[in-house]
Design a protein around this ligand. Sequence first.
Ligand code: GLP
Length: 262
Amino acid sequence: MRLIVAPDRASAAKLTADIIERFVKSTAPAVLGIATGATMEEPLAEVVRRHRRGAFSLARTEIYLLDEYIGLEPGGRDTFRSAVDRRFVSRTDVPAAAVHSPDPHATDLGAECDRYEQEVRGAQIGLQLLGIGTNGHIAFNEPGSALDGTTRVVELSEQTRTDNARFFAGRTEPPTTAITQGIATILAARELLLVACGPSKACALARAIEGPVTEMIPASALQLHPNATVIADPSAASELASASAVHESPFDVPMTSGVENQ
Ligand code: GLP
């Protein structure tokens, strides 16, 4: 695993955008897995700004979402799909047909999960962006999720529903269930990039990076991946014993742990 502690949250967003930019420029089609959530807003906004300045095109990018709530109004603004369309796709030249997500309104959700799993595996994600929940979740793989789990319907933990209530702002209660890629699905991506900002992520991040690989901290599964990078701001990195250096570039930081080094 490669750990990058950025000088601040804005720098973390820029370093994340650097990695996305390099990926999009170097691969065609660039199959990009996107996480939703507040952490990704600024990195994706930075990618949009660079694209609009003419730095690169996203016309040959395919987008795959990690997860989606069940039970929201189709196309409603609180769905992850709408958020990605609104904040990213509609502001770039990513073709609308190049955006893929699980359908939470399918009549047979089990079959839909199997379909999306096959679609994601067939596409072979090149770069998968990830956030981390305060309880250590990745996508909606809550504590206790099997490390070999695939795309499925899950119950959201009370912690996650409380954390995400801010996005619904009283319009509706956060849903209780969702479709999520499984940990095995996520680990099948060629490269993982997890971004963590803010003090609320410090405990989960330390356990994910420096603790044992355990189903109780789903993000600890990144330790099993040969090409996983974590970008943290200083507050998210504050409980890490190993985070001594602050980095200005994502490309000169060596791998320090993970299967490659064992
Ligand atoms: C959410 C999403 C994840 C996201 C994570 C962190 O619940 N399911 O995909 O990355 O939790 O969210 P945030 O960045 O808002 O803290």
